[in-house]
Ligand binder design. Structure first.
Ligand code: TMP
Length: 208
């Protein structure tokens, strides 16, 4: 089916529901025979999945924040070099996290200088900028119980809630700075209602 091959990103802190929304959207587009790929960051390609393992491996939790930052950026570069060079504007790309995660987590959360991240991001991303981003926000005080239900904990899952508050505030700042390209979705509301908002927006984005 001929549809505009947009690049869509889902962002948000852990437990915000972004992965479920991105998976549902992917399934829905596929069901309608719309050419789509779904990738995640860090990860997406075989090499960047290796970098993901390195970053998220529990044993590496003591990596210096700048090392961390550079690894997230390295994983992104591998993702761009493989997936984006191949599929950009050929398929709809749904990405679970992208460059805003690095600004939100590494700058707003960990205090790494924004200009370093922005400079490297710009060099890596080139023309492959998201057309639209859905930012899922949650009541941070409620995510603890959601995260406790997960079998596997992420490295930040162990950080305190203040860290997540800083990261989410960072995401919201980024979104409010460029309102036409973001939709902020309150994940405390009903999932189905929220997903309808996502589907409606995507329908508009992909219609020629
Ligand atoms: P996930 O929970 O969406 O699988 O993401 C994995 C972790 O990586 C999550 O804790 C957020 C973190 N992350 C960053 O800190 N910076 C980044 O640039 C990206 C893409 C992810």
């Amino acid at each position: 089916m001929s549809k505009k091959k947009v690049f869509i990103v889902f962002e948000g802190i852990e437990g915000s529901g972004k992965t479920l929304h991105s998976k549902r959207l992917f399934q829905n587009l596929k069901k309608n025979n719309i050419s789509t790929i779904r990738i995640r960051e860090p990860g997406g390609s075989a090499k960047s999945e290796k970098i993901r393992k390195l970053i998220l491996n529990e044993k590496n939790n003591n990596l210096h924040p700048l090392t961390d930052t550079l690894l997230y950026l390295s994983a992104r570069n591998e993702n761009i070099q493989t997936n984006f060079k191949k599929f950009y504007r050929k398929k709809i790309i749904i990405c679970d996290r992208f460059s805003d995660s690095t600004i939100a987590y590494q700058h707003y959360g960990m205090g790494i200088k924004r200009k370093i991240i922005s400079l490297v991001n710009k060099e890596i991303i080139e023309k492959y900028k998201p057309d639209f981003t859905f930012l899922m926000v949650v009541n941070v005080n409620k995510i603890r119980s959601r995260l406790n239900k997960r079998k596997k904990l992420n490295r930040y899952d162990k950080f305190n809630l203040n860290f997540y508050k800083k990261v989410q505030k960072g995401f919201i700042k980024i979104a409010k700075n460029n309102k036409s390209k973001y939709m902020i979705i309150n994940s405390n509301n009903d999932f189905k209602d929220n997903h309808n908002l996502v589907k409606e927006k995507v329908k508009k984005l992909i219609s020629k």
